[in-house]
Design a protein around this ligand. Structure first.
Ligand SMILES: *Cc1c(COP(=O)(O)O)cnc(C)c1O
Length: 386
């Protein structure tokens, strides 16, 4: 057995909270019936669990239950939002607007639609990772049907001005989709007040189970279904619902919102200590630390740092045994490509590869933070002497 190492990759996924696991437990083998079968007692019990989960989600998000469409996660929610809205609005226009720092599950559906004949504008960001509102306003056209801009970036933690974006889209009567997978449960969000028409979220990013999420849809907004079948979820997303996952999703969101403010304060303080600690390291000649993304409009628990002047591959292989962190998104790690997000901030591909994303979470301790910067110190000394 290897000794445990600090887990600082909470932007990739969070551990499922013990209370969430407990809430899910009865729905695997005991109350296992299909919630579509309301005609018999066990089916009704499962349906009631799903109804309650939906009600909880609606209550904590400030919407009505019929606005919540359960999906397998944020990837599916993003696909449903982007493809479903675009297909539904075919008669109104074929222009879509998104941003270069979006998650692959937003960019790829947009590019897919572009191949089908839609026109796509992918806006750049400023060097701090934020979208300039004037650039967005300038990109909107009479035939624009959808704007998709995330709330919080998964690699650098930068928050976009969702309220301003939502208001701008509302004025122009353009649908606004917000990928809130990183933001939901971590920073305040106001769907109705900010003019968000479609919002994606994912359970495993806020201490819930993997494999479940939701798309929240403004009342009266129609989408073309993307998964056809038995007509579950109001016809928008067919397939048998999973009572344990839905119960877990709702419980996790409820809990995440309960300690959101306190957790944010605590983790922001720990994150700043980490940044201070890194700045106090003994850096080899020619090595420099650069913080990526806006540090004020950011997720409290995320820190992304480029270690200029070292080889990224060597740096990460040194760190791997000491601390669990990431070089960027889990998706770009899967393809082995340097982060498109960091490159859009002006980092070279070598700099992007030599970047460290620290994602703190509920269980992160002061000792984890110390261990993390000590591990970076050691890795830098080893990388420097070859
Ligand atoms: C994790 C993540 C996704 C994908 O969510 P899944 O539920 O894992 O499919 C999408 N967008 C962002 C910003 C994310 O962080």
């Amino acid at each position: 057995m290897h000794p445990p190492i600090p887990y600082l990759d909470h932007n990739a996924t969070t551990p499922c909270d013990a209370a969430v696991v407990e809430a899910m437990a009865p729905y695997w083998s005991e109350h296992f019936a299909n919630p579509s079968q309301r005609g018999h007692r066990p089916g009704l019990a499962a349906a009631v669990a799903v109804d309650q989960g939906r009600q909880t989600m609606a209550d904590v998000l400030g919407v009505t239950p019929s606005q919540v469409i359960f999906t397998s996660g944020a990837t599916e929610a993003n696909n449903l939002a982007i493809k479903g809205l675009s297909e539904q609005r075919l008669g109104h226009g074929r222009h879509l607007v998104t941003v270069v720092t979006e998650h692959a599950s937003v960019l790829e559906p947009c590019r897919y639609l572009e191949r089908l004949g839609f026109q796509l504008t992918v806006l750049p960001v400023q060097p701090d990772g934020r979208l300039e509102l004037a650039a967005l306003a300038g990109a909107l056209r009479p035939d624009t049907v959808l704007v998709s801009v995330m709330a919080a970036n998964n690699e650098i933690g930068v928050l976009q001005d969702v309220e301003a974006i939502g208001n701008l889209c509302r004025q122009r009567q353009i649908a606004y989709h917000c990928d809130a997978a990183q933001a939901c449960g971590h920073v305040p969000l106001d769907l109705e007040g900010w003019g968000i028409d479609l919002m994606s979220l994912s359970g495993h990013k806020f201490y819930g189970p993997k494999g479940v999420g939701a798309l929240v849809v403004r009342k009266g907004l129609a989408l073309a279904p993307q998964v056809h079948g038995g007509g579950q979820e109001g016809g928008y997303r067919s397939g048998s619902l999973s009572p344990p996952l839905i119960v877990g999703l709702a419980k996790a969101l409820e809990l995440a919102l309960q300690d959101q403010q306190e957790r944010a304060q605590h983790l922001r303080a720990l994150r700043e200590k980490l940044w201070q600690g890194l700045n106090g390291l003994n850096l080899p000649p020619g090595v420099e630390l650069v913080r990526n993304g806006c540090s004020t409009h950011s997720l409290p628990h995320t820190l992304n740092v480029t270690v200029r002047g070292v080889d990224g591959g060597r740096l990460h292989s040194q760190l791997r045994r000491r601390v669990a962190l990431s070089s960027g998104s889990s998706c770009s790690s899967a393809t082995g490509k340097p982060s498109h997000v960091l490159q859009s901030l002006g980092r070279s591909s070598a700099e992007a590869a030599a970047s460290l994303r620290f994602g703190l979470g509920r269980g992160t301790t002061w000792a984890d933070i110390e261990q993390a910067w000590e591990a970076v110190q050691e890795a830098l000394l080893l990388s420097a002497c070859g």
